[in-house]
Design a binder for this molecule. Structure first.
Ligand code: BEZ
Ligand code: FE
Length: 291
């Protein structure tokens, strides 16, 4: 093997080293990775010190990961890679046909949501603005999907997930696994979410500071909706009017996912949902594509 990296020899040799790979997709992915990494180093004339700094950064990113923290997903998110992959493979083509658009999973779905009765309050701590979220899970042709499962998770009124603040939030705070009723309906109580910063106390925070970027995400609630014979959707709803809708730190906002959390003054409806009157009410349907 030659060591003259100013020509393509090392690239071709590295690619050739994959010739015995039996998995064709693995070979395709690694070939592309080698070619693009090498092209990047040539194009930017990457120095030895910069390479060492990048290795140090990636090492620190790995060392920051724990059972409840995924700094690599966060890195992928702030570089726009998560959203790119999601956009390539998400159900965006189906959007025109009426299915709910998908968006990023994010790093905080690492713990199972507790099963809860319809109407339950997922805000176990209280203190936020009371809110009802309700809607139906439908097939794209409008047929309700009884028994559909709706997995929900959100940050508390201070912008933290339960796993980030185990000393002040009980496990499962802001999370719930709901089963739609015989008409495909779901509803639950919570607090209106607020914008929050993604974690900035690790290498990804250093990256944001070095590039003068803010770490905020607009207020949102996460959902995964699934039903028999349908393609599950991983998505959020964003609170209409929230700050940062036009500058989400992870590029995950799609206009169809922005929903009104309408201020509602209706004491009989408030009684029905078990919330104080007035309350905020987000109503939307989750529409799934047939598999
Ligand atoms: C979230 O919404 O939970 C999230 C998504 C991407 C990065 C950080 C947080
Ligand atoms: Fe979130």
């Amino acid at each position: 093997m030659t060591t003259d990296a100013t020509d393509t020899t090392v690239t071709d040799e590295a690619v050739r080293s994959l010739h015995a790979t039996t998995d064709p997709r693995l070979r395709e992915l690694l070939t592309g990775l080698i070619r693009h990494l090498h092209a990047f180093a040539r194009e930017t004339r990457l120095t030895q010190q910069e390479w060492e700094r990048a290795i140090g950064f990636l090492t620190a990113t790995g060392q920051t990961c724990t059972d409840t923290r995924q700094e690599f997903i966060l890195l992928s998110d702030v570089l726009g890679l998560s959203m790119l992959v999601e956009t390539i493979h998400g159900n965006n083509a189906d959007r025109a046909a009426g299915a709910t658009e998908s968006t990023v999973l994010g790093p905080f779905h690492m713990t199972e949501s507790p099963a809860r009765e319809l109407g339950a309050d997922i805000d176990l701590v209280g203190g936020g603005e009371p809110c009802v979220v309700s809607g139906r899970v439908l097939s794209r042709d409008g047929t309700p999907l009884p028994g559909a499962v709706v997995d929900v998770w959100q940050a508390d009124g201070n912008g933290f997930y339960d796993v980030q603040r185990p000393e002040v939030q009980p496990p499962g705070n802001g999370r719930g696994l709901f089963t739609a009723d015989a008409e495909g309906r779901f509803w639950f109580r919570t607090c209106v979410p607020s914008p929050y910063p993604i974690p900035t106390d690790g290498p990804v925070g250093d990256l944001l500071r070095a590039t003068a970027r803010h770490p905020y995400r607009p207020a949102h609630i996460h959902f995964i909706a699934s039903a028999e014979d349908h393609v599950p959707v991983t998505t959020h709803i964003f609170v209409a009017g929230s700050d940062y809708l036009d500058s989400d730190a992870v590029f995950a906002v799609k206009p169809s996912l922005v929903q009104e959390f309408t201020r509602t003054d209706d004491s009989s409806l408030a009684r029905e949902f078990g919330v104080p009157n007035p309350f905020r009410h987000a109503r939307f349907d989750l529409v799934l594509e047939h598999s």
